[in-house]
Design a protein around this ligand. Structure first.
Ligand code: AMP
Ligand code: ZN
Length: 160
């Protein structure tokens, strides 16, 4: 079995609160959210860092991230702003070595708690885990909003 936790999520051997999936990507709730409704988008193809991804797949990752951002805002999350973040490499705080885009909604006056969570994140302690039931509820709410947006079309890519 692969040691990569995101590959395990893709394989269905590790639980995840899935927001969206197709043949190229998966989006699921971050288990240690840095903001309400924090989502992670990953390619199914294992690659540690962005330059290792086929270009069409790297582009598509951000197309899906943009859809997630819209779905979050339709729910009122991140109306004041969001981080669309990709930590590319350990020195840039990448702790899971499988490319992923964070979409992190921010709220008014959340700077202090957000900073605390961020500090725990960069030290690898991560901070509190949100209950699966809550994450599943958020994932379902986002999936319902995504269904109202134009359909995403996963690109055909050459075999890795
Ligand atoms: P990074 O530091 O950019 O590599 O971010 C890795 C992210 O993965 C962190 O925000 C973690 O909270 C998140 N994470 C780790 N394990 C899981 C998991 N099993 N399910 C969902 N998110 C996870
Ligand atoms: Zn992986």
């Amino acid at each position: 079995m692969t040691a990569c936790i995101f590959c395990q999520i893709c394989a269905g051997t590790l639980p995840a609160s899935v927001v969206y999936e197709d043949k190229q990507v998966m989006a699921f709730m971050d288990i240690h959210p840095l903001g309400r409704g924090h989502v992670i988008v990953i390619p199914r193809h294992h690659a540690r860092q962005l330059p290792e991804l086929p270009p069409g797949l790297a582009d598509y990752l951000f197309v899906v991230a943009r859809h997630i951002l819209k779905a979050q805002r339709a729910l009122g999350w991140g109306l004041e702003g969001s981080h669309i973040l990709l930590n590319d490499g350990p020195q840039a705080n990448q702790t899971v070595a499988h490319v992923h885009v964070h979409i992190i909604p921010r709220e008014k006056r959340d700077s202090l708690p957000s900073l605390g969570r961020l500090l725990m994140h960069v030290t690898g302690l991560y901070g509190p885990v949100v209950k699966r039931q809550r994450l599943d509820q958020q994932a379902q709410a986002l999936a319902a909003q995504l269904a109202r947006l134009p359909l995403l079309t996963a690109p055909e890519l050459p075999a890795a």
